[in-house]
Design a protein around this ligand. Sequence first.
Ligand SMILES: N[C@@H](CCC(=O)N[C@@H](CS)C(=O)NCC(=O)O)C(=O)O
Length: 295
Amino acid sequence: MPIIILSIALTTIILQLQDQLNPFLLPALSVQNPSCVSPESFIVTILKCIQVYHQYQRIASGRVKEVLPPALDSSSDPPAIFDGSPKLYISYTCPYAQRAWITRNYKGLQDKIKLVPIDLKNRPAWYKEKVYPANKVPSLEHNSQVKGESLDLIRYIDSNFEGPPLFPDDPARREFAEELLSYTDSFYKAVISFFKGDETSVAGAAFDNIETALSKFDDGPFFLGQFSLVDIAYAPFIERFQPFSMDVKNYDITVGRPKLVLWIEEMNKIEAYKETKHDPKELVESYKKRFLSAL
Ligand SMILES: N[C@@H](CCC(=O)N[C@@H](CS)C(=O)NCC(=O)O)C(=O)O
């Protein structure tokens, strides 16, 4: 009896999705009329069809959008730590973690490196005790070791996993990449000091440096021409700085900076980055709490 009900329910769904499913349904059933088959084999066949359809979708769209797991908090059990499967511990709101997350996505490692999001406000004790004593995100569990520090991690993921390379071979570009990666901290400090009340000129000079850097290689809109770890290092911060500057400081970071405008536009076309982006309103609110209350 339940099998018949299930069969009717599935038939209804199938009829509604008929147009999309027909190319898969009919050959798989090998009959023109689904009512000729037994309910059991009908269900098995339908499930097979749905699976085939999903595979088709996966191929057609490059990859089905990843379903993000919920963040683990103090009441959550740990994942299977050191079970041999690489894990990237992140927080969905942390820009440093976002760097490692974008790198993992861009290299197509969604099935190789499992995301383990942590609720930083209500952190599980096992994270510090068993995973990463520094108790920060991001961290990466790989080959029975846990590594941290976002700029080190993005290089590590790039060098130790498959996928498109994100660091150039060309010596001039490598040297410039090193320079820009070292500049991330000073850039951050200059902009944050402006948010905390310093002159606009401090941040203005920092954004001018970004504009100049984006002008160095003209074979693409990114820092090194082509997309690289340098773009990944800056993107999570510019994603936060732009709406906060606009909303709270009434300062548009893109005015008079056409390279930066183009860079933001091109970054927003990269799926690996888009999947990690946060609602700008929430980012502004969280920055308001951090920087305006400190005044
Ligand atoms: N330098 C570190 C900074 C990481 C960091 O500060 N992460 C923050 C979240 S955005 C964190 O885990 N904070 C927790 C804490 O400091 O206790 C990196 O680049 O990975």
